[in-house]
Design a protein around this ligand. Sequence first.
Ligand code: MG
Ligand code: MG
Length: 272
Amino acid sequence: MIKIKTAAEIELMRESALIVSKTLGMLAKEVKPGVSTLTLDALAESFIRDHGAVPGFLGLYDFPNTLCMSPNAQVVHGIPNNKPLEEGDIISIDCGALKNGFYGDHAYTFEVGSVAPEVKKLLDITKASLYKGIEAFKAGNRVGDVGFAIQEFTEKHGYGVVRELVGHGLGTSMHEDPEMPNYGRRGRGKKFIEGMVVAIEPMTNMGTHRINQLKDGWTILTADGKPSAHFEHNVALVNGKPELLSTFDYVYEALGITSDEEAPFRAAKRSR
Ligand code: MG
Ligand code: MG
């Protein structure tokens, strides 16, 4: 069952989402060769708690850490460890925060130092596909329209769309209805309803869409060992249109990037 949020609840969800956005912005400055994902995890946990929230993933389904840290061929759900990041790596960081009973949950794939042009392209296309999906999250559309938009754009570039892991509704639970696959058929699936909030999160492989899971019971990695990227936003359906609750602005500020990609999806009355 899809749980509809009131305007007041959506504001609380924005608060939770923005704590995650700021955490990713803080991490953007710390991601560099030589730093371990466990060090970054500890920084994130303190940051989230300092902002009056609780790490959303820690203990969820028994996950052991604050961040899912998935370098290179890892797709999602990687567990932080002591291994230092290396120049040319990519690291997908997925972060959750719980405040006022509502979850924020989003992800960004960072470059460690400078990465190969083909890897950079994978990141750019995956992020662009996220906005294709967000664009399709509007009144009159269905779950399949978002999946279709992401899949069509991604496969046009020859990349693999992961099937086994999907986006989801978000609220007082980390994972609510509906499931939001990154593939699909136009006009199929559940219809979008005013006041619903979802996490849209393409997971895109440079090669095959097929994946494996490590024996740790968590880490998902590409079957062919090629890199994978993951970008995620939290979006509410307001006045029939997609409205972003999360933002990559803090990441861009930290990295000195200028972007207007979020402009079409920002809250109408707000200036940031
Ligand atoms: Mg996530
Ligand atoms: Mg998610």
